[in-house]
Design a protein around this ligand. Sequence first.
Ligand code: AMP
Ligand code: ZN
Length: 469
Amino acid sequence: MTIKLYLYNTISRQKEEFKPIQKNCVSFYACGPTVYWYQHIGNLRTYIFEDVLKRVLLFNGYQVKHVVNVTDVGHLASDADEGEDKLLKGLLREGLPLTKGSMLRLADKYFQEFLEDFKRLNIIMPDVWCKATEYIDDMIKLIKLIDKNGYAYQTSVGLIFDTAKFPHYSDLGRLKLEQQDQGTRTSIDNERKNPSDFAMWITNQSNHIMQWDSPWGKGFPGWHIECSAMSRRHLGDQFDIHCGGKEHIGVHHTNEIAQAEAATGKHPWVNYWLHAEWLTIPEGKMSKSKGNFIRISDFVTQKIDPLAFRYFCYTAHYRSPLSYTAEAFAGSVKGYNNLKKRIAELLKEKTDQGENIKTQYQAEFKNFINDDLNIPRAIALLHAMMKDEKLGAKQKIELLDHMDQVFALDLLKAEEQSIPKEIIELANERLQARKDKNWNLADEIRAKINAQGFNVMDKADGYDLEKCH
Ligand code: AMP
Ligand code: ZN
């Protein structure tokens, strides 16, 4: 029996069977980072969710064309066309020259940091990274179409999208437009016709560092037009899946839809909308603007394997909030390390039994992941499988390999490989000290190894190393 894939679609507010536009290839766009600062573990929770989605699609036999944007211009401090460009905020924070070159260098620096996090978390790189500053022509082309189709008007801020003209405007966010406070958005620009109207091209910030000529005057693009234009270039007028964090539902994604459909007249622009819940800390949402964030490199400094954070993300479904506390995370680190230790033992065993039970586990696994990515249940299944005495080591290892296509936790990578080179070098020095009967030096080196979070155990022919748990 084939196990179908069901995904929760924000637009219908229900789980739907997934059917791509093309039979075997899924077109997938995810809103990416604004590269004015480091990405925090909240942002990365969303990218891990998107990676799991992509892995589940691949697991189901689809090819995936995955596109992610990189915002290096146009994202203002508020999503409502207000405040300074976030990239300018980055330059001011770091005391850098206020020039185009330095802005692009800042963007590249944080993009490279972001790529490092992707690698550390085993996130598959997208097929296309698109940087907003490299797609200005596509944006202008799209805005021209929107303008030609009668959805735009000019104010002293720039070229504005007239949301009242677009009949599906409230669909994704189930917005109650009639209840929107006229004062909120119109205070930014009192020439605006509706509170939800937004800028596609901004011309009133003459001191903005990056400006381009356009039919509406010299200026720069609004943040929302970036995604509508760049996804169109790479995925066409209509595509399968669009993702992002849940705060994008009411404004950013709503505006992306309005622009794309107003330009092409094709509805629906995107068939499946998936949104991730936030990672929270006791004070609320983790966010760059509040500066209350933790990074993956903080874990690396503490000698914690970044994949323990991936494992922590699996303690909650992607549509549930995930509360980060030091205690909760420490529990996951311990759980992940113990699991890897048990797997290391398993790899030494030779038992071979329970082929038919293995098939049942495979089916159950697929049922969970295909039920709107129910990873917490799939993880519970992994633990049940590890304890199942009817299964041999061979079958368990094959199942771990099978499941890790989706989990991406490096389950079968031997523990030794995750021991840093410096620790192995110290252990070798200590081995030599023992051979030389220099016990004081051997003790000193042991203390150094312990201080970095590892234990060294002496053996007749050498040593064993393990992480402290
Ligand atoms: P940004 O770089 O701020 O534009 O955010 C990049 C992605 O991370 C977006 O999809 C956001 O929705 C998401 N995001 C931001 N903060 C959090 C959070 N605390 N938890 C989960 N996702 C978040
Ligand atoms: Zn976007």
